[in-house]
Design a protein around this ligand. Structure first.
Ligand SMILES: O=C(O)CCC(=O)C(=O)O
Ligand SMILES: [Fe+2]
Length: 279
């Protein structure tokens, strides 16, 4: 992945995600927004390799999220390595989700039907280039991931923080060889708030220190509707977080599309002006 970010800028920009109505490809530093503010990182977004899908007038707009990836010509091996990693981590995350469901008294296979062949996993290669010249330290602003589980590899630099019950963001110190596991919004929807999606952010490394991370997002089919989980604590669950700025959608495609339109305004304006709600 370091080789990808070391490519000359014109080679990275040849696969700019602004060229992709499917939100795939390279986002240069400064083009992404979280919480309405600029994230100081660049990244390569990779999803399941599928044919471009253009939703018909009577189809849900989230089908735009299906499509081909963009790969750098100068690094032909990246495609097979990244897609093999997606496959491998899909298996790990599947096992983990099943164990997690059993641990709260549910059936292991409860959500099996919404994954399978048409599942919509996602992988990012991310580089944080240090602090922005402006002094802002938002590597990525506080957010929750859209799907069920995230398996995140981070290097030794640090900067990832998660919000705990006390409302304070706590450092997540890097542990060599370990994944950080974040709970996604769909698990919160599934358990009606018994499990709460992990609110997390990255504080930029100081000065010109670079940080690299590789989050893998375990997501079901875009047209999956997350049914309430049958488990012993369902009746006492508090309900999902009520945040008008971030509604949680049980139909996965809408939940991801909401996030992508917000995070990638250049892609949204160029390809999806019709989907943006009037300000
Ligand atoms: O870089 C990290 O450690 C976190 C990245 C992240 O939260 C994301 O891309 O969703
Ligand atoms: Fe995240």
């Amino acid at each position: 992945m370091r080789e990808f970010f070391a490519l000359p800028e014109h080679e990275r920009l040849a696969i700019d995600n602004v060229n992709s109505p499917h939100f795939r490809g390279y986002t240069r530093t400064g083009d992404e927004r979280t919480g309405g503010r600029q994230d100081w990182r660049d990244q390569l977004d990779i999803g399941a390799e599928r044919a471009a899908r253009v939703p018909g007038a009577d189809e849900p707009s989230y089908w735009w999220l299906e499509g081909p990836n963009q790969w750098p010509e100068a690094l032909p091996e990246l495609r097979s390595v990244a897609l093999a990693w997606v496959d491998r981590l899909s298996g790990v995350a599947e096992r983990l989700l099943r164990e997690l469901l059993v641990s709260i008294g549910a059936r292991a296979d409860f959500y099996d039907p919404i994954f399978g062949e048409r599942a919509h996993p996602h992988l990012k290669l991310v580089r944080y280039p240090g602090s922005a010249g402006s002094g802002a330290d938002q590597g990525v602003g506080a957010h929750k991931d859209y799907g069920f589980l995230t398996l995140l590899l981070q290097d030794q630099v640090g900067g990832l923080q998660v919000e705990r019950e006390d409302g304070v963001f706590h450092d997540v110190p890097p542990i060599p060889g370990a994944f950080v596991v974040n709970l996604g919004e769909l698990l919160e929807v599934a358990t009606n708030g018994y499990l709460v999606a992990t609110n997390h952010r990255v504080v930029s490394p100081p000065h010109a220190v670079e940080r690299f991370s590789v989050p893998f997002f375990y997501n079901p089919r875009l047209d999956a509707r997350v049914e309430p989980l049958v488990f012993p604590y369902a009746s006492g669950a508090p309900g999902v977080t009520d945040d008008p700025a971030n509604p949680l959608f049980a139909e996965y495609g809408f939940n991801e599309l909401k996030g992508k339109l917000r995070a990638h305004p250049l892609v949204a304006e160029r390809h999806h002006a019709g989907l943006l709600s009037p300000a």
